[in-house]
Structure formats: C-alpha cells, structure tokens
Unconditional design. Structure first.
Length: 226
C-alpha cells in the first residue's frame, strides 16, 4: 500500500481517524504537491489508521514514510511521542510504537510498547557510536521500520541507514517489565500521526505541527527512493 496524499480527501475505505483527524495540506510536501498535516496540543493526538491490510500471512510488514517536525518537546524530561503505532488483533497485546523521547539533553528517536505483557517503555537511539543525535527539525526525514511478530523482531532506519541500537528481539533488554521477553502480538492495524504524552507536567512547546508524506507498507523493505 502506498498513500501519497495527493487526492482531495482521504479514502475512508482505507483510512480511519485516530483520535483527531488530520488534514491534507499543500504548505509542504516531500514529493508531489500535498502531504498529511497533523496539528496537536501539548497532550494531543491526531492520525490515521489502516482499515484493511491485515492480517498478513507473512507474519511481518515493513513501513516507510517521510516526516517533517516543526518542533518536538523540550520539556519536561522524558516527555515522549509516537508517530507510528501498530495495534494487535485483540486488545491484550499492547501497542508497538515508533517515536521518541526527551532525555533532558536532546530529543531522540525511540521504539517501545505501551501496555501488554512487556509494559510501557521506550528504548532511545544511541547511533552512531553509542551516543545518538537529536531528531532533526524543519527538514524532511525518511523513517522506515519493521514489525515482525513471527520472530518478535523490530528494526528502525533513518534516511536509509539502520540504527542497530533500536533493533529489538526477545533477547534485547528493554526498560519496561525487563523480566518478560519482548513479544510482538499478531498485528491488526497501523496508524501514523503524532501523539504526545506529558508525564503529568507542563509541556514545552504547547502545540506541535508535523507533516507526513508517502506512507508505504509492504512485505519487503521499501527504501527511501521508491
């Protein structure tokens, strides 16, 4: 599946609204003339969720999208956000996330889960060289990910380069219930957008604008050139 956001409106047979509905915008685009514009408050969420690409007999899928962040949280410490969420076919497996977190020094990309057997946790990007870099703002980024529930593996790629520190398996220690192996449930849907969580403290800034373009989902890695 590939969504370019070039139509006059979103196809309701393909996409459902996630919390609040984003709009199609011609202010900027990674390709073409339009993109998906997401505006939220400090603790808001808006996105779109797939309706019909699952179940997948392969037991995995790859995703690719271009994303433009106008701003990300600078406070409080550990304020975190999601741009991709994959949800199980039943309500017991928890959400598999691609997003990031503010570590009191820089804003990093991160992967993790919410609820489910492994709890609420985010592993933060340490690439390159075990240090990690801030998430770039005010430019288009190519974000790719793998969710493989047949083998309990996830992977993350930025601008075509894998970040091994964000690869997860059953054997990778995570920050939630670390005594429980990291297991991915069979997935039933994927959403893209922006969801910020405040950790119970005021968030800076108080609003967020992001743009998403060229969302693609496939059973093989897609890359940034397609």
């Amino acid at each position: 599946m590939c969504e370019s956001f070039e139509a006059d409106e979103l196809d309701s047979s393909v996409w459902a609204t996630k919390i609040m509905r984003p709009t199609l915008d011609d202010a900027r685009a990674a390709r073409g003339a339009k993109s998906l514009y997401v505006h939220t408050g400090a603790t808001g969420a808006a996105g779109i969720e797939t309706k019909k690409i699952f179940p997948r007999p392969e037991g995995h899928y790859y995703g690719r999208m271009f994303v433009y962040f106008d701003a990300l949280p600078t406070a409080p410490q550990w304020a975190h956000w999601t741009i991709v969420g994959a949800n199980p076919t039943s309500g017991s497996g928890g959400e598999i996330r691609v997003g990031g977190q503010q570590d009191d020094k820089i804003e990093r990309f991160g992967v993790g889960t919410d609820q489910g057997p492994t709890g609420d946790w985010t592993n933060l990007d340490k690439d390159p060289d075990g240090k990690g870099k801030p998430v770039p703002l005010k430019q288009w980024l190519c974000v790719e990910w793998l969710h493989d529930w047949a083998n309990d593996v996830t992977r993350f790629y930025l601008d075509g380069v894998e970040h091994p520190s964000l690869a997860t398996t059953k054997d990778v220690e995570h920050l939630g219930n670390s005594d429980v192996p990291y297991e991915i449930p069979e997935l039933g849907s994927v959403w893209v957008g922006f969801w910020n969580y405040d950790q119970g403290k005021p968030v800076t800034p108080s609003e967020f604008d992001i743009w998403i373009d060229e969302v693609a989902l496939d059973d093989e890695r897609i890359g940034c050139d397609r």
